[in-house]
Design a protein around this ligand. Structure first.
Ligand SMILES: *Cc1c(COP(=O)(O)O)cnc(C)c1O
Length: 395
């Protein structure tokens, strides 16, 4: 069932390269580089060294004693929050930055919504001496001022995008347009496991270090595999990185958690697998929030990093096959989960990761007692203080 991929770039019916002819050459160039440069010893050694000595891998596997006794199951966290720049995004940015360098490119471009991927790309550009241009919706530039400042300090140019809804969706379109006319010297460092082929596969390969490490650590610490592996799904990169190495382990239940928004009837959300339908966005066929005419609907979530109307095509397919269950967590549940982990274990999770935790807390009675539950803590919550402090503190 899970091996039914027969066309490159397709996951069942999902994925593909729905792009203008002029974008095919740079996408094909990356595809070739994935076959020639990435498997080579030189690339692999350099990436490993960067992940260890620059980004801080391997990240710990943390057992949560207090929550485990409250929940009646074992709660374990994979600590991507402890990485340089505060989230898993650096795994991908380092991998693509190194690839750009070895392809002889001199410039990285990227889209960013909340600014996390922009910061990761600007960081890597500074390290590799690459020029860096970050496309960001004008509305996000205003909403995410501290990250804009960070990117500028790192030497990146932040380009405010004034088209459309002036958010992430439009930033991606603008970055793709820029890439068409600068493909000679530029690599588009795509931020999540979505977009046209080969990005979903490239980003999955670079993020799978999360699940490979977690699997080995879990076996070493407990002598068995986890019963559940849970991750939050925005575009889907931390989730596919965590879940993919477990897909063939039939005993392991896999859960992706989408952002349900406020939970009011008909509210805006970021849950295209649960609440969307198939359609084409940003060069791929995937599950999408759209109206009856195929117009992409605005997404919304308390966590800016999950706020995307589409999702990576491999997730759309894993949902269709049933191998991964895609649940929902609402804003208030994520907020409660944020406080619960912080108070119980002394770890401030990103609001994105709080959605994964919230699913575990909300489904505690369905999870058999004594189960071993592994949650990907994709990032740290420091960036979310402004949002969290707008709501009342729990008792
Ligand atoms: C960006 C981000 C996400 C969502 O992106 P994915 O590609 O779905 O992983 C999740 N968690 C954190 C901390 C992020 O910064």
């Amino acid at each position: 069932m899970t091996k039914a991929i027969n066309r490159p770039g397709y996951f069942g019916e999902f994925g593909g390269m729905y792009v203008p002819e002029l974008l095919m050459p740079p996408l094909r160039e990356i595809e070739r580089a994935m076959q020639t440069i990435m498997p080579a010893e030189e690339y692999q050694t350099a990436l490993r060294d960067l992940l260890v000595s620059y980004a801080g891998r391997e990240t710990p596997l943390t057992f949560c004693p207090n929550l485990s006794s409250q929940l009646g199951c074992e709660l374990w966290l994979k600590r991507e929050d402890l990485l340089h720049t505060g989230a898993h995004k650096i795994n991908n940015a380092l991998g693509q930055g190194l690839l750009a360098k070895m392809m002889g490119k001199t410039r990285l471009i990227a889209e960013t919504g909340a600014g996390q991927h922009g910061v990761a790309t600007a960081t890597v550009s500074a390290r590799f001496g690459l020029e860096c241009k970050i496309f960001m919706g004008e509305e996000d530039v205003e909403r995410q001022a501290p990250n804009v400042q960070r990117m500028r300090m790192l030497g990146a140019e932040v380009v405010p995008v004034v088209n459309g809804s002036r958010t992430l969706k439009d930033a991606i379109n603008e970055a793709l347009r820029f890439w068409i006319s600068h493909q000679e010297d530029t690599l588009y460092c795509f931020g999540t496991a979505a977009g046209p082929h080969p990005f979903p596969t490239l980003v999955r390969e670079l993020q799978s270090v999360i699940g490979r490490e977690a699997r080995a650590q879990f076996l070493a610490r407990t002598g068995s595999l986890p019963d559940y592996v849970v991750a939050a799904v925005g575009g889907g990169s931390n989730a596919i990185g965590m879940l993919h190495p477990f897909v063939d382990e039939e005993s392991v239940k896999l859960v992706g958690v989408e952002a349900g928004g406020t939970g009011e009837p008909g509210c805006q959300n970021s849950a295209p697998i649960n609440l969307g339908s198939p359609g084409v966005l940003h060069g791929e066929l995937t599950m999408l929030l759209q109206d009856a005419d195929g117009q992409v609907l605005p997404s919304s979530s308390i966590s800016a990093g999950l706020d995307y109307p589409g999702v990576g095509p491999e997730h759309a397919w894993l949902a269709q096959t049933g191998r991964v269950h895609y649940g929902l967590a609402y804003d208030h549940e994520a907020l409660a989960a944020f406080h619960r982990l912080t108070r119980s274990e002394g770890i401030l999770p990103a609001l994105e990761s709080s959605h994964a935790l919230a699913w575990v807390f909300e489904h505690n009675d369905e999870i058999p007692a004594g189960s071993r539950v592994l949650v990907n803590l994709s990032g740290r919550g420091d960036k979310d203080m402004g949002i969290v402090s707008k709501y009342p503190m729990p008792e």
